[in-house]
Design a protein. Sequence first.
Length: 112
Amino acid sequence: MRIAVPVADGKLAQHFGHCPEFALFDVDPESKTVLKTEVVAAPEHQPGLLPPWLASQGVKLIIAGGMGGRALALFGSHDIDVLLGALPEPAQCLVESFLTGNLRTGRNICDH
């Protein structure tokens, strides 16, 4: 399974659509381990571009702080699940917390 986390300086970027990079994690949910990690530059911001781009990267789950309703619907149409309300912590910590069932989430910080 591949998980994407929008990042800035190694931590969760609070503005999903304008993050400079994505940390991509290949994980084994059964053994709760990270198999591979890579950081890739985000494409230039264009409405509607990230869902097909992340789908082409093999992403099945996004951990984010917040996201607008239209983006959520577009990710759903590409069979990508989204967890919202994550705190601005290092991406590796967020993914490891998700794998162990300890990911802390709160409200969707996006207001659009």
